[in-house]
Design a protein around this ligand. Structure first.
Ligand code: PRX
Length: 640
């Protein structure tokens, strides 16, 4: 291992102390996790850590005899000790749009909104949908829900009205927070009118009573009397204090929808106690958190990364978070590096897609900035190639900052496998080692444990505090999705390789999920949307490698009427059914798809054909129509 890759020992934990933690968490998990839990503020401290069970009906159960409030943990206890410390810095995409809130100020803003929600009739256990861009109100809304025991459901600004409607109906949200209009570089996104359309589409299934509209651009938007209210007007009427609801550790804190191998997105449920313990523990350990850190996680709050490392982890630890509204290279390349220099960001947590895009802009862009304040840098969401890792290490981290590639999922609540800064020596391109208490395991397709070095399905042998409790209103789907492939284990959906010394390398999803720039997209979601267009017989979506996005989507479509069908119909259907972010890279209009005799589409072949990788196509004689393969190869060749 070259000297440069040896992470410096952080002031927090030495490598030896970290190794001790790994041992303790392994030998006596009950004591270890109760000790971690005691770092939070509880109304009733838990006496028991886990009663989880991966067998039978599956039960995820952490700290269940404890009671707490998540917003008190993120605000009140810091207001008592450091009221004037900056909790949140917000920078809008235009230079003059900015604000900075101390813990005291953030507490007051959260309480005012929590009081509005209570006045509007939102009760403990009700769902509240948050559909906001990266503005301070997005964070405030999440914490206000936590304060009154409402379950937040943060919805991505890029979802189509259909995508929003599906999630509004499934969650049964009673209140929605949206923006008038959101900014994305020069583009304007009509958040309010898209939300109006979504609520209309829910029809009788909608339980939405009120829509609170945050004036992000100040644009005039239609307001439905009685239902729609101005956020600013409402919070102005309330007091800056609001008693917090006492929650069981197992009461849901939020739902977050993610994609799987079926068309319907699933609402993963995260609880209050275990999730917060995991958020705080992993934020402190992985990033070697220091009190003076300015922590910038660039993820949108509508993804799990934004939940855990924009909001809950750093605020539970009393840190300072930066929320930046804009794009990495708008109005010009290097904008994010300027933000780091402007605010003295110490921890920068982003994605391989951002790193790849920055590499393309040329080294001069990053070299013309100082970046001297950075202490630790990280990525998440997709594999980072050794080359991109090295560039990030050398050019952004200037060879001084530990690089933490972090493997985890919506389901895991927080980081699971990484090279914790200052504690574990990273290996470029590898996810590295499981965190203390994480029982990573590899199983073969027969469900047998792979010992030592080898490759297999990445599973978890035991529960960890951040594990999702269930799928909203569908525990059986939770059990079936995650606990039947490898009985007795949580199955992640990823494949991995393990070296002799225990380092993990993620090999990618083994199910029909494609990762486009860190967006997790189910191929079935795409195919369902295409089918809604009514002009197709069937379609198949596959993911293939993409230089910038990691993976790109390719759709093969069999139209009802070949001569009149235009591929743009597929784009329209995907944009309407899922959202513009899922629009495919390439569409091939074909006569038929390769299928087995029992009618199953052979996606492996489609993937290889789309990649022009014609070696090892295998035995085609078992296909229903073997000739279709040559036909598709010829078609792809002429169209690329
Ligand atoms: O395939 C893995 C990939 O992203 C999936 C989880 O996606 P999502 O639930 O949207 O959460 C993303 C942010 C936590 C995983 O199943 N993935 C995530 N991180 C990495 C990764 N693949 C390789 N390396 C990573 N560091």
């Amino acid at each position: 291992m070259p000297e440069a890759f040896k992470a410096p020992a952080g002031a927090g934990l030495t490598a030896g102390q970290y190794e001790d933690m790994v041992q303790k968490a392994h030998q006596d998990p009950e004591t270890f996790w109760l000790d971690q839990a005691r770092k939070l503020a509880w109304h009733i401290p838990p006496q028991q850590a886990s009663r989880s069970d991966f067998k039978n009906d599956v039960r995820i159960d952490w700290f269940s005899d404890g009671r707490l409030n998540v917003s008190e943990n993120c605000l009140d206890r810091h207001v008592r000790t450091q009221p004037d410390k900056v909790a949140l810095i917000w920078q809008g995409q235009d230079e003059d749009q900015k604000e900075s809130l101390t813990y005291q100020e953030l507490h007051a803003r959260v309480c005012r909104l929590a009081n509005v929600m209570r006045r509007l009739g939102v009760k403990k256990g009700d769902c509240v949908a948050i559909h906001l861009p990266m503005v301070a109100e997005g964070v405030i809304a999440m914490l206000a829900c936590a304060r009154i025991g409402a379950v937040h459901v943060v919805l991505f600004g890029g979802f189509s009205a259909d995508g929003l409607a599906e999630r509004l109906s499934d969650s049964g949200a009673v209140l929605v927070l949206t923006a008038d209009v959101a900014r994305r570089g020069d583009k304007r996104i009509p958040s309010k009118t898209t939300m109006d359309e979504a609520i209309t589409r829910c029809g009788a299934e909608s339980r939405v009573q009120h829509v609170l509209v945050v004036a992000v651009t100040g644009a005039d938007v239609p307001m439905q009397p009685g239902r729609d209210l101005s956020y600013a007007d409402e919070v102005a009427q309330e007091l800056p204090d609001c008693p917090a609801e006492s929650m069981s550790a197992l009461d849901p804190l939020f739902l977050l929808y993610t994609s799987g191998s079926t068309g319907r997105p699933k609402g993963l449920v995260h609880g209050s106690g275990g999730y917060l313990v995991w958020a705080a523990f992993t934020h402190a350990t992985v990033f070697d958190h220091k009190p003076d850190d300015i922590f910038w996680c660039t993820a949108d709050t509508s993804w799990i990364t934004g939940h855990t490392y924009v909001v809950y982890g750093p605020l539970a630890n009393g840190g300072t978070i930066l929320v930046y509204e804009g794009l990495p290279s708008w109005p010009a390349p290097g904008r994010w590096w300027d933000v780091i220099d402007q605010y003295g960001v110490t921890a920068f947590y982003s994605s391989p897609t951002v790193v790849r895009a920055a590499m393309r802009e040329g080294d001069d862009v990053v070299r013309s900035r100082s970046l001297a304040s950075l202490r630790v840098i990280g990525t998440v969401g997709e594999p980072i190639s050794p080359e991109a890792w090295q560039w990030f290490h050398d050019e952004v981290g200037k060879g001084r900052c530990p690089v933490v590639d972090t493997w985890w999922q919506t389901e895991t609540g927080g980081v699971m496998i990484t090279a914790a800064a200052g504690c574990v020596t990273p290996r470029p391109g590898a996810a590295c080692l499981p965190l203390p208490g994480v029982g990573a395991a590899l199983l073969d397709t027969q469900g047998q444990l792979v010992e030592g070095p080898g490759e297999g399905l990445l599973c978890m042998a035991r529960s960890w505090p951040g594990q999702a409790l269930s799928i909203w209103k569908d525990h059986d789907r939770f059990r079936q999705t995650y606990f039947t492939t490898c009985p007795g284990y949580y199955f992640t959906g990823d494949g991995a390789r393990r070296e002799a010394d225990g380092y993990y390398w993620i090999t990618g999803r083994v199910d029909d999920v494609v990762n486009v720039s860190g967006h997790r997209i189910g191929t079935a979601e795409i195919e369902d949307a295409v089918a809604m267009g009514h002009e197709v017989v069937e379609s198949a979506a596959v993911g293939i490698p993409h230089d910038l996005k990691g993976q790109g989507l390719v759709v093969f479509v069999v139209p009802k009427e070949e001569g009149v069908f235009h591929p743009s119909a597929v784009n329209r259907a995907v944009a309407a059914g899922v959202g513009r972010y899922a629009v495919p890279e390439k569409i091939y209009v074909v006569r038929d798809l390769p299928k087995t005799r029992s009618g199953k589409i052979v996606r492996r072949l489609l993937r290889k054909i789309a990649m022009h990788d014609l070696k090892g196509l295998g035995d085609l004689s078992t296909l229903a129509d073997p000739d279709i393969v040559q036909e598709l190869i010829a078609l792809v060749k002429t169209q690329d």
